[in-house]
Structure formats: C-alpha cells, structure tokens
Design a protein around this ligand. Structure first.
Ligand SMILES: Cc1cc2nc3c(=O)[nH]c(=O)nc-3n(C[C@H](O)[C@H](O)[C@H](O)COP(=O)(O)OP(=O)(O)OC[C@H]3O[C@@H](n4cnc5c(N)ncnc54)[C@H](O)[C@@H]3O)c2cc1C
Length: 408
C-alpha cells in the first residue's frame, strides 16, 4: 500500500526532490559576477547528479558520507573562505552564499549543515587563531576534504549563555587534561577533530579558551543524538574524561576564547540566514506548484483567494528576509560593524522559514504530513534554525542592546 503511495508521490510534478530554479535563481539577489555564475553552474550540476539522488539514504543513515567532503574539495569549494596558503579558497562570503544556495536545492538541510559545521564553524576559528603548525595540519586537511571538523561549544547547562561553559581544561606539563561534556554538536560523531570551547580560568567569559581536540584522543566518547529533523546531519553528545590534548593545540592565548567564539558567530548567523531564505523559497516554490495542481471543489486550490493571499504573505516575508540578509552580508564582507543587521537577518530569515513551513505544509493537506513527501521533510527541517547559532530570543536581545533599547 505504502509503496504504491510513494510511487504516486514520486511521479507527481512539484514533488521532485530536485526542484527547478527559483524565480530569481538565487535567494539572495545581487549582481553576481561571471565567477559566481560559473561556480553556481558547476555546483548545480554536481548537486543534481551526486547529492539529490542520495539524500534519502543519507537521511536514513543519519550522516553524510565522507565522499561528500572529498567531492566538494575536488570542486574547490570546501574551504572557500579558508586561507589559500593552507589550501583554502581565500574567497569572500558571497562565494559561500552560492555554495549554500546550491546545496540547499537537494531538499535536505542536513547536507549544508554538515558542510558548514565543518568548513565555516569548526575550521574558520583554527584558520584565524591557530599557530602555523595547527593550521598546516587542520586547515589544509579540512580544505582537502581529508579531515572533517566539528565545533563544540554548547553544553547541557550552557547553550545561549556561552560564558557559563563548564567543561574544564587543566594544564599538565605539555598537555591539557579535559573533563566535561558537550551537547548538540553537529558532525560530532563523524568528525576527525573538534574545535572545543573549554574553561581554563575563572568563572565567566574571561576564563574561556578554545582548543583543537583530535577525535581519536584517549578519554573522548561520543554518542549520536536522534533529532526531529535535519537527519542527514549527524548531531552528538561528547564526553571528556581525563582527555589529554597537546597544549600546542590551544588557539591563541589562554583565556582569550570568548572573543574567538563570538567572532565566529557573525559568519554562522549569516550562514543560517542564507539557508533559511533558500529553504523558505524552496517551500514556496513547492507549495505554489502544488496549489496549481491540486484540485478541490472543482478548481485548483490556488483558485481560492485565501490561498493566493496566504502564499502572497509567505513570498512577501521571503523577499523582506532576503533584503535583510543581503544587507547583513554586504556590511560583513566590507568589514563594517554589522551585529545589529546580522542579528535582524538571522532572526527574520529563520522565523520566516518557520512561518513558510507552516503555511506551505498546510496547502498540501494530508500529504504534507506524510513521511514520504518532500514537504514534510522541509517542514520539520525548518524548525531548528530559530535555535542554532543563537536563538531568536538572543537575536532580539542583541538588537535591543545595539539600538539603545535596554533601560540603564
Ligand atoms: C540541530 C542543532 C545543531 C546544533 N549544532 C551545534 C554545534 O555544532 N555546536 C554547538 O556548540 N552547538 C550546537 N547546537 C546548539 C545550539 O547552539 C543551542 O541549542 C542554542 O545555543 C540554544 O541553547 P540551548 O539549547 O541550551 O537553549 P537554552 O539556552 O537553554 O534556551 C532555552 C530557551 O530559553 C531562551 N532563552 C535563553 N536565554 C534567554 C534570554 N536571555 N532571554 C530570553 N530567552 C532566553 C532560548 O531562546 C530558548 O528558547 C545545535 C543545536 C541544534 C538544535
């Protein structure tokens, strides 16, 4: 019965796992150069041929294969923003936008999450603050797709409040000895190294450091977590019991880690903004297609004005989210202060994706609730983005602080 149902779904236009081009070809619209277009073209072919057909298997496996990282390295897009002297692309964030938008076309957010957790979140900090030997090993290995990274900040008792981190690293001769645990770590079980936030000093933000922990270190255990969505991205809990790591793996100076972690957040939040815009566009495109096809009471569902208006609202919010993302990226790429704009972009884009998910799933009726439909996956994948890389509430607090809204 269910097999028959699946084949009906797969034969239905608009439920193709690789949807056609969006209205504008790019969620974040700007004057793209020929170089960006060339990158977009080769990525689109790659995603269509080598990613989309395997997405359901990767979702079932709970992880992306290592070959994905190797393939993206071969295409020259894995370490786009990493330093060229260590094998990276040395490109600005606009190239990452193209990479994200094209990866998002596979219909599984877990895929770009795995790639970004590796290249942007875990490795960028090593590239920025690591000693030459560390960069030579990890940035080079990451850019080549030989090593996979994860960023370990969140803990059972410290998520939004990064300064409350408890995992402790104590200097012992030429090593640090680490005890504690981390939670919700993307790539946590597949990673070869973890860029880890630890407490090396007293309480609060001034006692934090960042250290690179090889995943085969004695005293590190990992457990995969089961999630509501983003199934192709592996998410883990990490346990450190007298885990010994060379002191040379520390990034920068001891107790200077809080600023490093914060410096990475701007890029992470822009990544989430772009992913959310692309995701919302994908859902809108699918919902519009479905609304034209699906008939009720003798006419297409989009014949009802209520649905024209609901999808008009979705599209309006997407356009507004894209405009905010564009503004945040532009300031960021030009090195201008952008905390308020980036926080607004992250807040509005991820909340828009949630709103779009709810509206677009509703127009599918029962089909939007069926595990086999793309819309069901898009719906649940939209939910984590308002939490990761700083929740909507934290974004609002940052906007309030940046705009003199906090009473003295
Ligand atoms: C799919 C997924 C992948 C992730 N990947 C990673 C990763 O790779 N590495 C990593 O380190 N972490 C990762 N995280 C963790 C993520 O960064 C945290 O979940 C997030 O920072 C929120 O922390 P928390 O879950 O502990 O929630 P809490 O901080 O406990 O917050 C609970 C609720 O309270 C609200 N809240 C908190 N503070 C305030 C405040 N001041 N004012 C008002 N409301 C507030 C929050 O918004 C939230 O709604 C991931 C999370 C998810 C879901």
């Amino acid at each position: 019965m269910i097999t028959q149902f699946v084949s009906i779904i797969q034969a239905t236009p608009g439920l193709d796992l690789c949807p056609g081009p969006t209205n504008q070809g790019a969620a974040v619209d700007r004057d793209w150069s020929e170089e960006h277009d060339a990158l977009r073209h080769s990525l689109r072919s790659y995603v269509r041929a080598k990613v989309t057909p395997h997405v359901l298997d990767w979702e079932a496996a709970g992880e992306v294969p290592r070959s994905l990282f190797a393939d993206l390295a071969d295409l020259g897009v894995l370490g786009l923003r990493l330093s060229p002297e260590y094998g990276g692309g040395g490109q600005d964030f606009w190239f990452t936008v193209v990479l994200l938008e094209e990866l998002m076309r596979c219909g599984s957010i877990g895929v770009p999450v795995a790639v970004m957790a590796h290249a942007e979140f875990a490795t960028m900090l090593i590239d920025r603050y690591g000693a030459p030997a560390l960069r030579d090993r990890y940035v080079r290995g990451a850019s080549a797709g030989r090593l996979v990274g994860a960023l370990g900040v969140s803990e059972p008792d410290a998520g939004s409040d990064v300064a409350a981190i408890r995992t402790r690293a104590v200097r012992d001769g030429a090593d640090y000895v680490i005890n504690g645990s981390k939670l919700y770590i993307s790539n946590g079980t597949i990673a070869d190294y973890i860029t880890l936030a630890v407490r090396t000093g007293g309480p609060g933000a001034k006692g934090l450091s960042v250290i690179v922990v090889p995943a085969d270190s004695h005293g590190l255990r990992r457990r995969r977590l089961r999630k509501l969505g983003t199934h192709a991205s592996d998410t883990a809990e990490l346990f450190f019991e007298d885990c010994r790591v060379p002191a040379a793996n520390l990034l920068g100076a001891e107790n200077a880690g809080f600023g490093m972690i914060m410096s990475g957040f701007e890029g992470e939040r822009l990544v989430l903004s772009v992913m959310a815009c692309s995701h919302a566009r994908l859902m809108f495109d699918e919902a519009r297609e479905w609304g034209h096809q699906r008939r009720a009471f003798g006419q297409p569902v989009l014949g009802f004005q209520v649905w024209q208006h609901r999808l008009a609202d979705v599209l309006t919010r997407i356009e507004a989210a894209e405009a905010l993302a564009l503004r945040g990226i532009d300031l960021y790429v030009r090195g201008r202060p952008a905390q308020s704009e980036i926080s607004m972009a992250k807040l509005f884009a991820t909340e828009t994706a949630r709103f779009a998910a709810s509206e677009c799933a509703q127009i599918y009726g029962g089909l939007g609730y069926m595990e086999e439909s793309l819309m069901a996956r898009l719906h649940r994948d939209a939910l984590a983005m308002t939490v990761g890389a700083g929740s909507s509430e934290v974004m609002r607090s940052l906007i309030a602080r940046a705009n003199n809204l906090v009473a003295p």
